[in-house]
Design a protein around this ligand. Structure first.
Ligand code: ATP
Length: 412
């Protein structure tokens, strides 16, 4: 068992890296605590596999150190690290039986045969492989093979952590959630640190207590699914997490509020003075973000007045351009001017908005970003407590999708 520390870790596949973009892993510090169930979530090419391979020892980092508790392991080969890795494609010895596959790591350690027998049967029971123990691995289905791969990681009781690199890629969709549940159950039973790599937010949130979101070689946020949903620390997290992702708009400050987007029709969002004063102190590119779940729509208003910009705080006017019915909810596309296309997620049975509508961006759910990073405006009156009732809508608990929705993460 071990706590895994990544200290000033960086990795480039180039011999002489110069720019930030030459690095697959950009300088990072991170701790995976003993016994945690973690997901490493990010789009293709962000460095997830590179990071796992560095932890397991398949790859030596070009800079920084990997420590298991107090021990620097940079120079330790994989077999001496007590880390098991399960890959995208099952790795099984086809000519061996399932039993012998599971027994392989123990026999390698020259464990006594009675211990091998009892441990293999214990793991086979957990993974529901008992009836297959005498079968040759070559005769197994893809998901059975992947369970054998997982079992080989679990069978050793000296394993400090198991790293899963997109382990459900080859699994039939209807079996995916079953295996995910199984993994969760195994985690609870064995108290092993597990890091689960995926680009699918649903997979991440059903497996992990905490998710590390990776983007361009960095962990841009490490938090619970709820934290990632409610307070994305980086615009990428806002955009990548959620269905659909966060609405984001560049803003410029004016005396009464902020102008969203650019151009003559850029709408003005009225904001409190204290908040404007705080935003004015920040130098860099400012953005406003709000999740589609928190955008409130007012009943259609076809009177000419509806075309006039709204001067109430937190209200805007928008043109409905599309309504998509996604079964349990609808997504409304809104052109709010300034080149900004916002989305609102509404209940299945909510009235269908058409034409021009009023939309409210509750202060409680507005987020402001400086150079893509979340600003902490808790002292600046950004959130008015009177809007806490929005919380009661309940959809803020995370990724708000059904178990069987296998749609890849966000809108990336
Ligand atoms: N062996 C290699 N040699 C050179 N560049 C590599 C190598 N492996 C990965 N890279 C590059 O490093 C970056 C990170 O790749 P990595 O495979 O770690 O990302 P990933 O998030 O796991 O992606 P995916 O989800 O597609 O597997 C990418 O730009 C990739 O092209």
């Amino acid at each position: 068992m071990a706590e895994i520390h990544l200290n000033d870790l960086a990795h480039s596949y180039l011999a002489a890296p110069t720019a930030d973009s030459d690095y697959a892993i950009r300088r990072m510090n991170h701790v995976w605590q003993q016994g945690g169930a973690y997901a490493l979530l990010g789009p293709s090419g962000c460095g997830k596999s590179t990071l796992l391979n560095i932890i397991s020892g398949l790859l030596a980092p070009s800079e920084g150190e990997v420590r298991f508790d107090d021990r620097v392991v940079n120079r330790l080969p994989p077999e001496e690290r007590n880390i098991a890795q399960v890959f995208q494609f099952p790795v099984v010895y086809d000519t061996m039986t399932v039993f012998d596959n599971l027994a392989f790591p123990l026999r390698n350690q020259r464990q006594p045969e009675h211990k091998v027998q009892s441990r293999v049967r214990e793991i086979a029971q957990v993974l529901e492989l008992e009836d297959l123990l005498t079968r040759r691995a070559s005769n197994l289905t893809a998901d059975e093979k992947q369970k054998v791969s997982m079992g080989r990681g679990l069978v050793r009781d000296d394993v400090a952590a198991i790293l899963f690199d997109e382990p459900l890629t080859v699994i039939d969709p209807h079996l995916k959630w079953k295996l995910r549940r199984k993994l969760k159950q195994i985690h609870e039973q064995f108290n092993i640190t597990m890091v689960y790599v995926t680009h699918d937010q649903l997979e991440a949130s059903t497996f992990a207590d905490k998710i590390a979101v990776m983007y361009e070689g960095r962990i841009v946020q490490f938090g619970t699914p709820r934290e990632l949903f409610e307070d994305p620390a980086h615009t990428f997290v806002g955009y990548f997490i959620g269905s659909p992702g966060m609405n984001l708009a560049s803003i410029t400050l004016e005396s009464q509020g902020v102008r969203l987007g650019t151009g003559e029709d850029a709408p003005l969002l009225h904001l409190p003075r204290a908040l404007l004063a705080t935003l004015a102190e920040r130098k860099g590119e400012l953005k406003l973000g709000i999740r589609p779940e928190f955008v409130e729509l007012e009943a259609n208003d076809s009177s000419p007045a509806a075309a006039v910009p709204d001067t109430r705080e937190h209200w805007l006017s928008g043109q409905v351009t599309l309504v998509q019915d996604l079964g349990t909810y609808k997504v409304v596309d809104l052109d709010i001017g300034g080149g900004c296309l916002f989305k609102a997620r509404i209940e299945e049975d909510a009235p269908l908005p058409t034409g021009r509508v009023r939309l409210r961006l509750p202060a409680r759910w507005q987020r402001f970003y400086l150079d893509e990073h979340l600003l902490d405006l808790s002292q600046a009156g950004a959130h008015d407590s009177g809007e806490a009732d929005s919380l009661a809508r309940g959809e803020s608990g995370g990724f708000a999708k059904g178990e069987d929705d296998e749609r890849p993460g966000g809108n990336a």
